[in-house]
Design a binder for this molecule. Structure first.
Ligand SMILES: NC(=O)c1ccc[n+]([C@@H]2O[C@H](COP(=O)([O-])OP(=O)(O)OC[C@H]3O[C@@H](n4cnc5c(N)ncnc54)[C@H](OP(=O)(O)O)[C@@H]3O)[C@@H](O)[C@H]2O)c1
Length: 273
């Protein structure tokens, strides 16, 4: 039987997706990974029992092909695939940051079914958040195939307009780093207030995890949860008032606006490569 899901690029994101797909009971025999590095091919075959190849065009026999390479080499990959594409071309799923589906479509030829995804790094621990956009040539069955692959490493949402992926990049794509920054700052503050480094770190990590789990499991909005733990005249109220006095919300808005704007300019730069 021919493999049904191909990967071009067998790096971090591909490995994470493959690991998630196997846990979701997708058959290793259904997966083919194209990767130029022979030792990496061997490692993937040994670890996941997937098929591997050093030829990218071999993946075109699959029903869908995940483009899991750096955006900077995507043009080169598409130029390689283009002459080998037939009328039964696969669905292409791009996880490359910043590259518009129209750009990939133009590089591959024309009228290709393309789903563009914006995953984030927690996908590496099966806790990702991925937003997806399907171009007009993509069927609803192909959308379901793409969803099944990305859902193996976390939650997925669809956006109706590709432009919304800039906002997604600002919120969830770059988002993990904002939480890391807050954790870092809280750990440092804890140390200045007298805690050992390791103690401060442990408390910050568990607090972040606990807050995220409460907000996602309790079906209560973050605003309400915050009010519930902020009693009048208490310690939390003092801290929240201090954040508000320093225009915390405005700082967050400005930061996300900057990420959104950079996402737009990166797409323009990558489209010219
Ligand atoms: N990491 C994340 O959390 C994350 C989040 C969102 C989106 N993404 C996107 O996911 C994509 C992959 O990221 P990654 O972190 O998985 O990168 P990565 O670990 O560097 O993986 C890329 C893989 O592609 C291989 N490759 C290089 N040239 C190739 C070629 N000509 N043909 C086939 N494969 C080739 C690389 O092999 P060599 O190492 O031998 O060059 C490497 O194994 C990127 O476009 C990135 O924007 C990543």
């Amino acid at each position: 039987m021919k493999p049904t899901i191909g990967f071009i690029g067998g790096g971090n994101m591909a490995s994470s997706l493959i690991g998630g797909m196997l846990r979701a009971n997708i058959n290793a025999a259904d997966i083919l990974v194209a990767e130029p590095d022979a030792s990496r091919c061997q490692m993937l075959a040994d670890h996941y029992q997937v098929h591997t190849t050093q030829s990218n065009t071999d993946t075109l026999q699959c029903e869908c092909v995940v483009l899991a390479v750096k955006p900077q080499i995507m043009h080169q990959i598409c130029a390689q695939l283009k002459p080998a594409l037939s009328t039964t071309a696969p669905l292409f799923i791009s996880i490359a940051a910043g590259l518009m589906s129209a750009t990939i479509n133009q590089w591959l030829g024309d009228n290709q079914a393309i789903v563009r995804c914006m995953p984030n790094t927690p996908a590496l621990v099966q806790c990702g958040a991925t937003a997806m956009f399907a171009n007009k040539a993509t069927s609803s069955l192909q959308q379901q195939q793409a969803e099944k692959i990305l859902q193996s490493v976390g939650i997925t949402v669809w956006v109706a307009n590709e432009d919304q992926l800039n906002a997604v990049t600002a919120v969830s794509g770059s988002g993990p780093a904002y939480f890391f920054l807050l954790m870092e700052a809280m750990q440092q503050a804890g140390e200045k207030l007298g805690l050992e480094t390791e103690t401060a770190l442990q408390l910050v990590l568990q607090t972040a995890l606990g807050a995220a789990r409460m907000a996602s499991e309790k079906q209560i909005s973050p605003a309400t949860l915050r009010q519930q733990v902020t009693s009048k005249g208490g310690t939390t109220e003092q801290a929240i008032n201090s954040f508000e006095a320093s225009h915390f919300r405005n700082m967050v808005m400005q930061a996300l606006q900057a990420a959104n704007d950079r996402s737009i300019s990166l797409a323009e730069e990558l489209g010219k490569l």
